[in-house]
Design a protein around this ligand. Structure first.
Ligand code: CP
Length: 307
């Protein structure tokens, strides 16, 4: 049997992503229809790096589908601590579970793991590389807020160099039409050339780069805020210098469009003031909820279960 994995968002066609969004929207409307869809199926969540949303939304998704979950939330509690390779760990767990969601600090680890797995592997975030299920969450949220995935200007703000969520989302949106990208970051944390040149320019998309959130704000339809990630820096002094470069607060939103959609993959540290949560344009808590529904749709798809 040909096993499907989700390692990179482009593993799915845009038609497949549209179908996942449609399934997630049906799950939101008709949850009871899906409550036994995965009875007798097991999801393993193998997290070699910390997580709150991704791991727990996967587990919540599988439980809501009537399945069960197993796994670990830190490498130290697995035989990785005794020197077992990722390949052997995944091979072992694929003997117990029907599907595996894994997060790993090393770029490419889920791709490598897919070669030793007997069941579908889902990349739940690999280093600074990709986070395709966050991207599915972001796409579902944009679709629900705007009614379409086409024809808007999106600003990515913060750590665009190490931010795997922005790399995956920019990649996904570059397969839509009429998207204009605004990259807002300090010079040290700019969007990598491989995304700008080999993804956006190669597909004919326009983008601009700025260090000023205030300047960019009035033109944005979607603002994707990100955290400056302490864990990706080699030098703590650089992290301390850059961490509070952008702080979105109610004052900065005065210049924003009324229909702006503010997203953040979370966790946040300082980059969105808590006062913004009460603004109707703040969509990041809806985004958290949507993460569960799109992961339910994804589990069904990779297990080949039709409801
Ligand atoms: N968005 C996201 O990946 O959050 P966690 O690190 O909490 O899983």
């Amino acid at each position: 049997m040909n096993i499907r994995h989700l390692i990179d968002i482009t593993d799915f066609t845009t038609a497949e992503i549209d179908a996942l969004i449609a399934t997630a929207e049906d799950i939101i409307e008709n949850p009871a229809k899906y409550q036994d869809a995965c009875s007798h199926k097991q999801l393993a969540t193998l997290f070699f790096e910390p997580s709150t949303r991704t791991r727990l939304s996967f587990e919540s998704a599988m439980l809501a589908l009537g399945g069960t979950v197993l796994g670990f939330s830190e490498a130290a509690s697995s035989s990785t601590a005794k020197g077992e390779t990722v390949m052997d760990t995944i091979h072992t767990v694929s003997c117990y579970a029907d599907i595996i969601a894994m997060r790993h600090p090393k770029e490419g680890a889920p791709f490598a793991a897919s070669f030793s797995s007997e069941v579908p592997i889902i990349n739940a975030g690999d280093g600074s590389h990709n986070h395709p299920t966050q991207t599915l969450t972001d796409l579902l949220t944009i679709h629900r807020e705007r009614g379409s995935l086409d024809n808007f200007t999106i600003g990515f703000c913060g750590d665009l160099k190490f931010g795997r969520t922005v790399h995956s989302l920019a990649n996904a949106l570059s397969r839509q039409t009429g998207i204009h990208f605004v990259f807002i970051s300090p010079d040290e944390l700019k969007m990598p050339d491989h995304i700008k040149h080999h993804v956006l320019e190669a597909r004919g998309f326009s983008y601009e780069e700025t260090t000023s959130l205030e300047e960019a704000m009035p033109k944005l339809d979607v603002l994707y805020m990100t955290r400056v990630q302490k864990e990706r820096f080699f030098n703590e002094a650089d992290y301390i210098r850059l961490k509070d470069t952008y702080i979105l607060d109610p004052e900065k939103l005065v210049a924003a469009k009324k229909e702006l959609c503010i997203l953040h993959p979370l966790p946040r540290v300082n980059e969105i003031a808590v006062a913004v949560d009460a603004d109707p344009r703040a969509c990041y808590w809806k985004q958290v909820k949507n993460g569960k529904y799109i992961r339910m749709a994804l589990i069904l798809k990779l297990l080949g279960i039709e409801v």
